[in-house]
Design a protein around this ligand. Structure first.
Ligand code: PLP
Length: 362
């Protein structure tokens, strides 16, 4: 099966093999070595000297951790949303008693920095800003993170970024851009199975943690930081996924982070060109298309769910459908992490065959 989702993604054989290594004591020296070295390698991809914590949870767990650790209840937060995952931050802020100002930008477009600046000026109580770097539901990358960090800090706010489907694949410079909290997840560009998520935390954010009365337990990041210093995790970790991650990180560092970014730029271009050549239109606005997932408009004459079914059943290719209001409206073609060109081309061919089976005429 050619799995062309924007996560989970196919993993290299060596990574899959690593997950079947014999179990180890999670309170013993082997795990202490494993957790220390994966944290160091993750930092090299995050381009950060900040604390880097690994949670046994999917990406949403990392997002929830960011909210419970760094947004005090009843405090004001700005949530910038360009799709389903931005809306998830909105829902988390509401769930934990934050007062949210929500800036919604049209699905398919990126966030506008001027509008954000106006919102921050209108409400000088905003202390936390949440944004999605790469909106997987629409196939758009927000290019504003470095400027947004500066803007947030000028307004005495922390910046929390969901870089779950971009970090490791698309340029992201945690320290150079001065981003306070950055979330990511193992099943995306990290070439690993689902089950682990990552959060980087800088000093500004730790200060907020110290002043934040929000109750927290499983996701209390200070417990995770202290445990990591002792070579452990506070709770039993997903050790098999951790073994895989270790192997995947070795492969990634061998390739080099900038080479990985370049490979994703090429993959994005290759898929967008291929899709347009079939007479299909892209959903993302020009110039902000994601290099990890391409969103494709379902032509008016076709049924998006039927396209997914034909591609899967006849051509062994799994694309993702649209989420929420985009269900049936778009198809999403994942191209992140491990993705030989042959697999991308085979998926483009599967799409061409599907269109031909449905008698599509551009
Ligand atoms: C941008 C983004 N944010 C958040 C999530 C949620 O992550 P998970 O499904 O691992 O909880 C995803 C996963 O699809 C994502 O792509």
């Amino acid at each position: 099966m050619n799995l062309r989702l924007p996560g989970p993604i196919p993993v290299p054989d060596e990574v899959a093999k690593a997950s079947s290594s014999p179990m180890i004591n999670h309170r013993g020296p082997e795990f202490a070595d494993l957790s220390a070295r994966t944290a160091e390698k993750l930092k090299q991809i995050y381009l950060t000297g900040n604390d880097l914590l690994t949670l046994t949870a999917s990406g949403t767990g990392a997002m929830e951790a960011a909210v419970v650790n760094f947004m005090p209840p009843q405090s004001h937060a700005l949530v910038i949303t360009i799709g389903v995952f931005g809306n998830r931050f909105r829902d988390l802020v509401h769930a934990y008693g934050g007062v949210a100002t929500v800036l919604e930008f049209e699905f398919g477009t990126a966030a506008d920095l001027d509008v954000i600046e106006q919102a921050l000026k209108r409400n000088n109580e905003i202390r936390t800003v949440f944004v999605t770097h790469n909106e997987t539901s629409t196939g758009v990358t927000n290019p504003i993170v470095p400027e947004l960090a500066k803007l947030a800090h000028d307004h005495e706010a922390l910046l929390v970024v969901d870089a779950i489907s971009s970090l490791s694949s698309v340029e992201f410079r945690t320290d150079e851009w001065d981003v306070d909290v950055v979330c990511s997840g193992s099943q995306k560009g990290w070439m690993t199975a689902p089950g682990l998520s990552f959060v980087s935390v800088n000093e500004r954010a730790w200060q907020r943690h110290a002043d934040n009365p929000q109750p927290r337990f499983y996701f209390d990041l200070l417990r995770h930081k202290n445990s990591l210093a002792d070579g452990q995790t506070p709770w039993t970790p997903a050790i098999s996924v951790w073994f895989s991650l270790d192997t995947a990180l070795n492969m990634m560092l061998e390739e080099g982070v900038e080479a990985i970014w370049a490979r994703h730029i090429n993959a994005g271009q290759r898929v967008r060109n291929g899709v347009k050549a079939l007479g299909l239109e892209l959903f993302a606005a020009e110039g902000v298309e994601s290099n990890t997932v391409t969103s494709i408009k379902v032509p008016d004459s076709l049924d998006g769910l039927e396209m997914l079914k034909i591609a899967r059943e006849r051509y062994n290719t799994v694309f993702a459908g649209g989420q929420a209001s985009l269900k049936g409206q778009i198809l999403r073609f994942g191209h992140l992490g491990y993705m030989p060109d042959e697999d991308l081309d085979a998926a483009l061919q599967a799409l061409a065959n599907t269109l031909s089976d449905l008698d599509f005429k551009p």
